[in-house]
Ligand binder design. Structure first.
Ligand code: HAM
Length: 426
């Protein structure tokens, strides 16, 4: 039996990297005051149809949708924003005194895409959402957090690409311009784009099949259609980024793959050589209007998400080793039946006091137990033999210096704790 295509097992050796990265991201959220939200892995299908948008590839082609035994259509979440907004509305978080509501999540998402490097059918997204503020400073804050989640792990080859999709009016004008621009070429576009041209012409700009069509290059840019208010908003967002000295590139062709965006849209790309064909590390933007769409009061929002898989790929491409120390505090070696009993008791006692301990469970000889301790990179080995037991003692060996010393059993925990905390030398 094999795991389904587009999924992966994360095994020891790699899972430590995940833990390290997740801990870093959670700490970053603490500093920016984003609190964790955990929502269900499946939702009513309608949430994503309304939230992510009917004309998107995600809703049209990529959702894991099924009927449950009660005949309801449910979907494994393809992203985290719609669920977060649903929960924000359902739990009336907009009524809490502390606004904006700033949330983060880390969890598996599911999209039926063609798997390739950096593209999975189950992947883990870390994302943040800030709801209830239309201050351009919070757009800049979200991008600052997004960029720093990579920079603080040591990544350098990054580009923050930003664009403005404007407000409703600007987008409507742009939409009309796109329709007039592409209609003469309608027959030359792929069948998906012919539908997109009617449903949501912005999506045409994002088409992978038609990306080399000459009409793409001359397509009207949204930036030319921004009304005064939208332009001013975009200018303020950029000014805040400048204040924080966060570099960015404006790309008027950046359109995101989800329907809920307006005003700020951004992606972070990796420029690292060998990163692979997909260079987007993360993406996000503003979604004023989504909360109402899901049934809540008029509330603006902005957020972004990244997959941990692509983050780890970028670390590899930039050859960054995470400071993960694979060691063991202590290994208890026992010889003889009585000693074995004492080893079980002592191992338990040491673990209870917070020390990381392993012992043998395969009846290895002394040499084998030491080998095992070496493999696990044990800092200390405690040897219990019948002789030592007669003295109510055990021998403690410092595996680094090779020094050893006999220590009374009732003193051993405190002694080892001192040593591990950097105390006296044996
Ligand atoms: P998205 O651009 O669809 O946006 O996905 C965000 C990130 O999720 C991508 O940049 C990528 O890192 C990761 N990702 C997406 N699909 C896959 C996949 N098949 N395999 C591996 N990684 C993947 C959203 O999902 C929005 N909810 C982001 C957002 C939050 N906008 C506002 N708030």
């Amino acid at each position: 039996m094999r795991a389904p295509r587009g999924t992966q097992d994360i095994l020891p050796g790699t899972s430590e990297k995940w833990q390290f990265v997740e801990k870093k991201l959670i700490d970053l959220c603490r500093r920016y005051n984003y609190k964790e939200i955990r929502t269900p892995i499946f939702e009513h299908t309608e949430l994503f149809q309304r939230g992510v948008g009917d004309s998107t590839d995600i809703v049209q082609k990529e959702m894991y949708t099924f009927e449950d035994r009660g005949g309801r259509s449910v979907t494994l979440r393809p992203e985290g924003t719609a669920s977060t907004v649903r929960s924000f509305v359902q739990n009336k978080l907009f009524g809490l005194p502390n606004q904006p509501t700033k949330l983060f999540y880390i969890g598996p998402m599911f999209r039926y895409e063609r798997p390739q490097q950096g593209r999975l059918r189950q992947f883990v997204q870390f994302g943040i959402e800030a709801m209830g503020s239309e201050d351009p400073a919070i757009d800049a804050e979200v991008m600052a957090l997004a960029m720093n989640s990579y920079k603080e792990l040591g990544l350098n080859s990054l580009t923050l690409v930003i664009n403005s999709l404007g407000d409703k009016e600007s987008r409507q004008n742009h939409k009309e311009a796109l329709i007039s621009h592409f209609t003469p070429y309608r027959e030359e576009l792929c069948s998906d784009c012919q539908v997109r041209l009617e449903q949501n012409p912005l999506r045409v700009l994002d088409c992978k099949k038609d990306k080399d069509h000459p009409a793409m290059k001359t397509a009207p840019s949204i930036l030319e259609y921004l009304n005064e208010e939208s332009l001013e908003y975009f200018e303020k967002v950029k000014a805040f980024l400048d204040l924080m000295e966060i570099d960015y590139v404006v790309d008027p062709n950046l359109v995101r793959g989800l329907d809920y965006y307006n005003h700020t849209a951004f992606e972070i790309m990796s420029n690292a050589e060998g990163f692979g064909a997909i260079t987007t590390l993360s993406g996000g933007g503003r979604y004023n209007g989504l909360v109402e769409e899901i049934g809540g009061p008029q509330t603006s929002g902005i957020g972004f998400a990244m997959s941990i898989e692509r983050l780890l790929m970028a670390l590899e491409a930039e050859n960054i080793k995470l400071p993960i120390e694979e060691t063991l505090d202590c290994y208890v070696v026992a010889m003889g039946e009585k000693a074995e009993q004492e080893a079980v008791r002592l191992t338990y006692q040491l673990r209870q006091s917070g020390i990381q301990v392993e012992k043998d469970y395969l009846q290895r000889r002394m040499k084998g137990q030491f080998k095992s301790a070496d493999r696990l990179k044990a800092k200390y080995v405690i040897v219990i033999g019948d002789n030592e037991l007669e003295n109510n003692a055990a021998t403690m060996k410092d595996m680094n210096s090779g020094e050893q010393k006999e220590i009374k059993l009732n003193e051993i925990t405190d002694y080892l704790r001192d040593k591990l905390a950097g105390g006296k030398v044996i």
